[in-house]
Write a protein that binds this ligand. Structure first.
Ligand code: TMP
Length: 211
């Protein structure tokens, strides 16, 4: 049986990583084989690329260089980790995937979406998540949450206007692909959000057929 591919998306401070971890723990406890991973990163090479991308010292990074590096990390991630796991019939949960590039480099930076999508086809070979959980939150609240835990990287240092464009981009994507991208209000409690995510995922035909 083929695997299942789930991605988590959202602006900074929405609790994506926490929710990805909670979902992975829930599914593991219920007997599913899980690979929990993240972008940029997910592989040793991807982690090196992540350091280059997120270092606050790299303020001069060219937007197209940035786009290519996110895609480089993704190609390695898909071929080394995601596809093999899906082929083994496992469930892959990734904290960010292609929608992040569309939202941040496309809507945020203003790079032509046609270029973004054609690079994406090269990097992923057309692989798309079966389901994407979009955690949606007010930009100021999200940034404040991350700064509260002292989390800063090069993209978080962008101004509120940039992050608003990213959020609007995500919402537009979700309206374009409502079957795949499920919007969840991230202002609720961790437990509330987790149970909404569990009900969406456990209702997927690919999961129901495994029970
Ligand atoms: P995070 O994993 O801590 O959320 O950090 C990753 C940062 O990289 C975050 O600011 C979003 C950004 N990003 C992009 O701009 N484009 C991408 O394609 C991905 C995967 C992440």
């Amino acid at each position: 049986m083929g695997g299942l591919f789930i991605s988590f998306e959202g602006i900074e401070g929405t609790g994506k990583s926490t929710q990805a971890r909670l979902l992975s723990e829930y599914l593991s406890k219920n007997g599913y084989a899980i690979v929990l991973t993240e972008e940029p990163g997910g592989t040793p090479i991807g982690l090196r690329i992540r350091e280059v991308l997120l270092s606050v010292e790299h303020k001069e990074m060219d937007p197209v260089a940035e786009l290519l590096l996110y895609n480089a990390s993704r190609t390695q991630h898909v071929n080394e980790k995601i596809l093999p796991a899906i082929t083994r019939g496992e469930i892959v949960i990734t904290d960010r995937f292609s929608d992040s590039t569309v939202a941040y480099q496309g809507y945020g930076r203003g790079i032509d979406l046609k270029l973004i999508y054609s690079l994406d086809r090269i990097s992923t070979g057309g692989l798309m998540p079966d389901i994407t959980i979009l955690l949606d939150l007010d930009v100021e609240v999200g940034l404040k949450r991350n700064r509260g835990i002292n989390k800063t990287d090069r993209l978080e240092l962008e101004d509120v206007k940039f992050h608003k464009k990213v959020r609007d981009g995500y919402l537009e994507l979700a309206h374009r692909e409502p079957e795949r991208i499920k919007i969840i209000d991230a202002s609720g409690s961790i437990e509330e959000i987790h149970s909404k995510i569990v009900s969406i995922v456990m209702d997927l035909p690919k999961i129901r057929h495994r029970r």
